[in-house]
Design a protein. Sequence first.
Length: 225
Amino acid sequence: MLDDRLQAVADFVPPASSVADIGTDHAYLAIELYKANNDRLVIAADLNEGPCQAARRTIADAGLNGEIEVRQGDGLAALKPGEVETVCIAGMGGKLEADILAAQPQVVEQLKCLVLQPQNGFEYLRQWLYDHKWHIEDETLAKVDGRVYQIIRAVPGETAPLTEPELILGPVLIKKRPLLFKDHVENNLEQLEKIRQGLKKGGEQTRGKLAETEARIKLLEGYLK
């Protein structure tokens, strides 16, 4: 059984879509995706041999040997162009997730859906999606052990430029204001406050960055009203 974070990722994958779980670790997500539709192709991929071995063990324990293919490879290099319709990347930094996508444009250009769960670097990832003509179709939040996670589903398509709050908090999340939205905003403010306290110790050198951070704090505080 998946925790709320990975279940939210699984729920965002189109029901009939072939799918690859990149950075699969123990293949828990890949197994859930296969169980949800055992007619589709499910690939579990990871950079290192250790996680691939762990994934194979988990798949075997689930009685699914031969049903889910485990591949060792660097990001989307483990895939052939057009092989799957959806790619999931969960539990990595937003910049790393964007870099993984950018490294294999020939694979990305044939995908129909991206399901992404960044740990940080949300602005960078959303800007990358916008810059590369991916439209953020839906977003949701999940809370595990007190931490709120953002899950993004993107599809090919152009969209209007994202504002600063949309890049940080998510354009769909701002519109939908789901149950965890206040927690989501507060989590972002907590991180910014830590940055602000650090910059205050920097003196003249960090004055510009401090002013920028304080302006951002004020901007996000408006979303708590």
